[in-house]
Ligand binder design. Structure first.
Ligand SMILES: *Cc1c(COP(=O)(O)O)cnc(C)c1O
Length: 355
C-alpha cells in the first residue's frame, strides 16, 4: 500500500470524560479514507480531520444499499498499552463481506494498517476507565452516480472511531428476548453472512415489535421453517443445554461473529463439549422448562449478553431463574481479561498498538 498521507486537524477537540461515555455518539478527531475507481484500484490512502463528506444524491449506496462495515475495539490496559482485539480477523471479514456485495477486494493487510494508523493518530481518544474502549467502524460505500442497478464502479473506504462506555456498568444484566415466528432477519442464499446495511434495515421492524411487547431483542428463527435459532438482535446466539454448548452452524444466514469464534475456541480449550449444529426453539424451551438451560448472545459491543427470559407464542419462559449463568460469566471474564491484558493471551488475539 502506498504511504498514508496524514493531515492533522487544526481544531483538536477534548475527548469527553470517560464517565459520560455511551455508545456510538462521540467520534475522534480524525478519520481514514481511501478511494477506488475501476482501472485505478484502491488509491489515495489518507488520514484527515473527522467531518462530513459530500455525496452525490444519486450515488449507489443511498439507493441500493451497496455497502459494508465491520466493528472492532481497541482497549487501554492498566499497563497503559493499547490492544486491538483480533484486528486481522476483522480485516479479513470486511474483505469477505466485500465479496458478497460485489465490492472490489480490500487487502486485509491494508485494512489493518488503516485502522492501526488511525488509532495511532487518535491514541489520546482511547479512554482509560475500566470497561471503556475505542469502537472502530471500517466502512465501504458505493459512490458511483448512477441509478441503474449494477455493482458500482467507484467506492469509498473509510474508518471512523470513537470512545464508548462500559457496556455493563453494574454487573451483567440478563435481557429478555422474543422469538419471532413472524419476522426474519436474513435467509439462506441471501446476505446473512455479510456485515451489510441491508441486514440491519431488515431487522428494525421486528426489533420494534419486540420492544413494544416489552422485550429487549428479537431471537431470529430460520426464515424457512421458523423453527431453528439463527441469531439474537445483531449478535450470535449460544445455548448450554446440560453439559453441551450449542450454536447454530455458519454457512447460511448467520454472520461469522468473531466473539462467537473466541467463545468456541475458549470452550474447546477448556475441554467442553461444543456443537455447531441446528438447534430448534422446541429443544431450547424444553431445556428451559427442565432447568437445564443457559443462553447468551455474543458480539463485539457487549462481548457476552446473558438471556434471562425467552418469549414465544405469547408465553414467557424464565431461563436460569433470570440470572446470569456461571459459564456465561466465566466466558465474559475470560475474554475481557484478554482484551485489557490482565489475563494471558494464548491465542495472540490482542495486538499491541505500536509494535
Ligand atoms: C457484527 C455481528 C455479529 C457479531 O459479530 P462480532 O464479530 O462478534 O462482533 C453477529 N451478528 C450480526 C448480524 C452482526 O452484524
Amino acid at each position: 500500500m502506498s504511504e498514508i498521507a496524514i493531515t492533522r486537524t487544526q481544531q483538536p477537540k477534548a475527548p469527553p470524560p470517560d464517565e459520560s461515555l455511551a455508545f456510538g455518539d462521540v467520534f475522534s478527531d480524525h478519520m481514514f479514507q481511501m478511494n477506488y475507481e475501476v482501472g485505478k484500484g484502491w488509491h489515495d490512502p489518507r488520514i484527515v480531520p473527522y467531518g462530513p463528506f459530500m455525496l452525490d444524491p444519486a450515488c449507489c449506496v443511498l439507493h441500493y444499499g451497496q455497502g459494508i462495515f465491520d466493528g472492532l475495539k481497541a482497549f487501554r490496559g492498566q499497563d497503559g498499552h493499547i490492544r486491538l482485539f483480533r484486528l486481522g480477523d476483522h480485516a479479513r471479514r470486511l474483505n469477505r463481506s466485500a465479496h458478497y456485495l460485489c465490492i472490489p477486494e480490500l487487502d486485509p493487510a491494508m485494512v489493518e494498517e488503516s485502522i492501526r494508523a488511525l488509532i495511532e493518530v487518535d491514541r489520546n481518544w482511547v479512554p482509560r476507565k475500566a470497561g471503556t474502549s475505542m469502537y472502530i467502524r471500517p466502512t465501504v460505500i458505493a459512490t458511483e452516480t448512477f441509478l441503474g442497478v449494477h455493482p458500482s464502479h467507484s467506492y469509498l473506504y473509510y474508518v471512523i472511531a470513537g470512545p464508548v462506555g462500559a457496556y455493563y456498568k453494574e454487573g451483567m444484566n440478563p435481557v429478555r428476548i422474543l422469538a419471532s415466528d413472524q419476522h426474519v432477519r436474513a435467509v439462506k442464499g441471501g446476505l446473512g453472512a455479510a456485515k451489510t446495511m441491508a441486514n440491519y434495515a431488515a431487522s428494525l421492524y421486528g426489533a420494534e415489535e419486540a420492544q413494544k411487547a416489552g422485550y429487549t431483542q428479537v431471537l431470529w428463527l430460520d426464515a424457512l421453517e421458523h423453527k431453528y435459532l439463527d441469531e439474537v438482535g445483531t449478535m450470535n446466539i449460544m445455548v448450554k443445554i446440560g453439559d453441551e454448548v450449542v450454536t447454530p452452524p455458519l454457512g447460511g444466514a448467520i454472520l461469522a461473529g468473531i466473539t462467537r469464534d473466541s467463545v468456541l475456541t475458549l470452550l474447546r480449550g477448556w475441554g467442553m463439549k461444543v456443537s455447531e449444529r441446528a438447534v430448534s426453539i422446541d429443544e431450547v424451551l424444553d431445556a428451559a422448562k427442565a432447568g437445564r438451560l443457559e443462553m447468551w448472545g455474543t458480539g463485539t459491543a457487549a462481548v457476552i449478553s446473558p438471556v434471562g427470559e425467552l418469549g414465544f407464542k405469547g408465553e414467557r419462559h424464565l431461563i436460569n431463574d433470570g440470572k446470569t449463568g456461571a459459564l456465561t460469566q466465566k466466558l465474559y471474564d475470560a475474554i475481557v481479561g484478554i482484551q485489557y491484558g490482565t489475563e494471558p493471551d494464548p491465542h495472540g488475539w490482542a495486538r499491541l498498538l505500536g509494535n
